[in-house]
Design a binder for this molecule. Structure first.
Ligand SMILES: Cc1cc2nc3c(=O)[nH]c(=O)nc-3n(C[C@H](O)[C@H](O)[C@H](O)COP(=O)(O)OP(=O)(O)OC[C@H]3O[C@@H](n4cnc5c(N)ncnc54)[C@H](O)[C@@H]3O)c2cc1C
Length: 547
């Protein structure tokens, strides 16, 4: 690790932020107006994110999501009083001191995911849950010094009491996945610590993706899951800073909702496109009070331990998003089938039945995890995590199947769907009205709008990105599923086999509990090597000197 440029002290707490509880959409947009992040998009620099066409849909939707918490119909369960300021803040931050709090949180999460039909995965609620998890599990950050746990607690309060919108960047750029961070060709391809200063740590390198970064206010960086490899202490850095911190640069991908994008032609992508960016840190100073893991000796162990506890409350928000999306897909598929009168065919009924049965299992797990909630020794309530975790693993596959079914039912119908402009042209409209209509009673405009919705959900660039997003939502599905097996308490199931073989007597016959809300055995953070996690540990890693 070499030295970097000197930096004058900065306060990441932000000069412009006074306490702003439970914001409106207007408050959020005003806050963005004060920021000057360095963003590259489509070959140029973005001067003002609020004026950039590619971000309009997401900006508008985010503003609407902020407004929801002030709607008199919802604010009673969406807000609670900040224990620090007494002001109303979002319930997602509230530690669940009772089952009733779990219910309020679930209602608040589901309301916002329903608002976007689950098509915005990285709204404020996603990161608010991550910050709340970190706070509830902050002792793990204190392993290398109490000040780091205190920083986590202060940051949680800061995000809660200012209702900030965060993005996150966990994953290192792929570059060469057969090597650890330290083994990459350049020591700072992956984000790592360059050195300590009296003001904080200097970091350099990149993280692979940060969704919504251009229109977020802060970025939280953390090493992914429990996957920091041996020898990578300097890459085990965790911190949060404003997105316009000097030295921080964002490089956007091509928009999947390139303007002009009307709601008629692109009903989902015109509203819910969530930009993804590469995040580059050019010797960025992270002030000490924003450092959660400092990249010093032993930081790898801290990161792997802290990463293991990231899912304490996040599962409900994640499951709410997926459930909203499954509900939408079931409605979409049935409406589409009805529009062209194919619901009478048995294979169509079988496919729709397949979707609905997946949906009902999902609903049972979603609400069942609440019915199985339990109170921990610290007096905090948690939803039953194992079913939620399993649901999450299943949905990576189910989502692909839902996409496939909608496409199988739609056939070529997606492609005789002229544009809004063609409907406005009286000459083409006559043709369209006659030949592009659906079954008796369904006009051409109704059929075309519906098929455009279905294509945006499944086949457009937006729909395809969404599918990839669901698959890789929280990591590589293969290793996540393997980790589920590795971390599972297998003994009760193995005992059954012993009884069947006559090795144990029937005194071991289990009685199903009166109260299903029994805490599962605590799963310790997984050993990365047990599932060949983030980095391979054997044959694929070659010493750098050989290359
Ligand atoms: C649309 C989208 C948005 C995203 N947004 C964010 C975001 O906002 N913030 C963020 O931090 N991340 C984000 N991600 C990244 C996401 O977290 C990663 O995609 C996910 O963790 C998987 O990592 P990867 O993409 O690097 O795949 P890799 O880990 O590189 O995997 C690629 C393939 O290689 C295999 N493989 C690689 N290494 C191993 C190994 N050691 N053992 C076995 N198999 C291996 C995998 O099984 C897989 O088949 C986003 C991803 C998508 C698709």
């Amino acid at each position: 690790m070499d030295g970097g440029d000197d930096h004058s002290p900065v306060s990441a707490w932000g000069s412009s932020l006074c306490s702003m509880p439970a914001r409106t959409g207007h408050d959020y947009l005003q806050s963005l107006a004060r920021m000057k992040p360095r963003i590259f998009l489509h070959g140029g620099r973005v001067a003002d994110v609020r004026g950039e066409m590619a971000f309009q849909g997401a900006l508008q939707s985010m503003a609407e999501l902020y407004d929801l918490q002030h709607d008199p119909r919802f604010r009673e369960f969406m807000l609670y009083s900040s224990p620090t300021t007494g002001d109303p803040v979002h319930v997602g931050f509230q530690p669940a001191t009772s089952r009733a709090v779990l219910v309020a949180k679930r209602k608040a999460f589901k309301l916002r995911t329903d608002y976007t039909f689950g098509f915005m995965g990285r709204t404020m609620d996603f990161m608010n849950q991550m910050v709340t998890n970190m706070y509830l599990d902050r002792a793990r950050f204190g392993l290398r010094g109490q000040q780091f746990a205190d920083n986590v607690a202060r940051y949680y309060e800061h995000v809660r009491d200012n209702d900030l919108f965060l993005t996150h960047a966990l994953i290192n750029p792929q570059i060469d996945r057969s090597r650890t961070s330290a083994e990459q060709e350049d020591a700072f391809l992956h984000l790592g610590k360059v050195r300590d200063t009296s003001d904080g740590i200097i970091v350099r390198g990149a993280k692979m993706l940060a969704t919504m970064a251009p229109i977020a206010e802060e970025i939280l960086c953390f090493p992914f899951g429990a996957g920091v490899a041996e020898g990578d202490d300097a890459y085990a850095v965790a911190f949060a800073i404003p997105l316009d911190t000097p030295g921080l640069e964002l490089v956007c991908r091509e928009s999947v909702a390139s303007p002009p994008s009307s709601r008629f032609d692109h009903p989902l992508s015109s509203r819910f496109e969530e930009m993804d960016c590469i995040v580059v840190f050019n010797d960025v100073l992270i002030p000490w009070d924003r450092v959660f893991i400092d990249g010093g000796p032993g930081s790898r162990a801290v990161a792997n331990a802290a990463g293991g506890g990231m899912g304490i409350t996040g599962g409900v928000q994640t499951a709410a998003r997926m459930l909203s999306q499954m509900e939408f897909f079931c409605g979409l598929a049935m409406k589409l089938a009805d529009t062209i009168a194919i619901t009478g065919f048995v294979h169509v009924q079988e496919k729709l039945g397949e979707m609905l049965s997946h949906l009902e299992v999902a609903r049972s797990v979603f609400y069942g995890s609440e019915a199985m909630a339990f109170e921990g020794p610290d007096g905090l309530w948690s939803n039953a995590p194992l079913g939620q975790g399993a649901f999450h693993l299943q949905t990576m596959r189910i989502y692909r199947r839902f996409v496939e079914i909608v496409q199988l039912l739609g056939g070529g119908g997606f492609f005789y769907a002229p544009t809004e402009a063609d409907f406005s042209n009286p000459e083409s409209r006559t043709l369209i009205d006659k030949y592009a209509r659906g079954r008796a009673g369904v006009s051409a405009e109704e059929r075309v709008r519906l098929f455009k919705l279905a294509w945006d959900a499944t086949g457009s660039s937006f729909g395809q990105r969404m599918q990839q997003y669901v698959t890789y939502y929280s990591g590589d599905p293969i290793r996540l599923t393997a980790a589920y097996y590795v971390g599972y308490d297998k003994d009760p199931l193995l005992d059954l086999v012993g009884r069947a073989l006559g090795d144990t007597d029937s005194a071991h016959l289990p009685i199903s509990p009166d109260d299903p809300g029994v805490p599962p055995p605590r799963r310790e953070p997984r050993d990365p090597h047990a599932i060949s996690a983030q980095y391979p540990t054997s044959s694929q890693v070659r010493p750098r000197a050989e290359h």
